[in-house]
Design a binder for this molecule. Structure first.
Ligand SMILES: [Zn+2]
Ligand SMILES: [Zn+2]
Length: 316
């Protein structure tokens, strides 16, 4: 006999059998419930019962009726915007803008992009110099928009969809080397998780950069980045639709590196016209073609090595 005074004792196996005859589901929310269905507010004790429930019509109906609003309520809290801390209030802000994901809306004046973004920063108490680089396939961006952006000091960086995140990430790392904290990094994209945020999470933990995000729709899962502010792209653009563009801000640009660059050919251009000329040149076309064929080759090689592994009987 144990020297402990006990209130109950079981033989291990009989303890495990204890639950056998009980019903599989319960709506009373007992402590012993292992599974919980949020849309139905239902506690389920066993995996089998929970599985059965997830396939039921009742659950399907409840999920349609309840889950959307719940998801919205949760994600709305993600975008809490905090006032600038003193060390970040006047520090520089660098913006990486994925223009394919977050384009300029129809009818919107491209010259308003910079003042709107800056107005949103100022609302939170940020007044440091802002540099913005617009990444995208600018062969498809209307000239009027490109001119509007560059006239307000927004740098234009040509990429193609297949390498955009690689390039954004590479130039982010390059920028980081020249710009130690305190500084703010802003990403405008719906594909934060495609390589960019992973390296940024590391940077943030190591060096304490301040992070902003903007996206065209709220992500279905929370980013691993700790952000100080988040915006929906179109609402960000509405911040200062009535003000006139502040052109002299261009001179405040923290970087003197090219306003016009091709991140496929790794080249910079002195003027807007040189940049446009490059995009329609044979040189650019053949560079794009070689990058694309390299990607195809890599994919093919990956396919072959999977096939080879399968033939060797390796399992994954
Ligand atoms: Zn359910
Ligand atoms: Zn090029």
């Amino acid at each position: 006999m144990s020297i402990l005074v006990t209130s109950a004792k079981w033989l291990w196996e009989s303890l495990l059998d204890n639950n056998k005859d009980e019903t599989t589901t319960t709506t009373t929310g007992e402590l012993s419930a292992m599974f919980y269905c949020k849309p139905c507010e239902l506690h389920v004790r066993r995996l089998e019962g929970f599985r059965k429930h997830l396939w039921s019509l009742k659950h399907a109906v409840q999920e349609v009726r309840n889950s959307c609003t719940q998801l919205d309520l949760v994600t709305r809290k993600w975008a809490k915007n905090y006032a600038a801390k003193p060390e970040h209030a006047t520090a520089k802000i660098a913006v990486w803008w994925d223009m394919d994901d977050c384009p300029i809306p129809e009818g919107y004046d491209a010259r308003q992009v910079r003042p709107s973004i800056e107005a949103a920063f100022e609302k939170l108490g940020y007044s440091g110099p802002v540099s913005i680089t617009a990444y995208g396939d600018h062969k498809r961006t209307p000239t009027r928009l490109l001119r509007g952006l560059s006239s307000t000091g927004v740098a234009l960086a040509q990429t193609i969809r297949q390498v955009i995140y690689k390039r954004m990430n590479a130039y982010l790392m390059e920028w980081r080397d020249d710009n130690p904290p305190p500084a703010t990094i802003m990403l405008i994209s719906d594909h934060m998780d495609d390589g960019i945020s992973r390296s940024l999470v590391y940077e943030q933990q190591l060096k304490k950069y301040n992070i902003f995000l903007a996206y065209s729709y709220r992500p279905y899962k929370m980013s691993a980045l700790v952000t100080s502010a988040e915006w929906l792209w179109e609402s960000l653009l509405e911040v200062s639709e009535t003000t006139t563009p502040v052109l002299d801000k261009c001179s405040e640009r923290s970087e003197s590196t090219g306003m016009f660059s091709c991140k496929v050919c790794f080249d910079g251009y002195k003027s807007f016209d040189d940049f446009r000329k490059h995009l329609s040149s044979d040189d650019h076309a053949s560079f794009v073609a070689s990058v694309l064929s390299l990607i195809r080759l890599n994919q093919q090689n990956r396919g072959y090595s999977i096939l080879r592994d399968l033939r060797k009987g390796r399992t994954f």
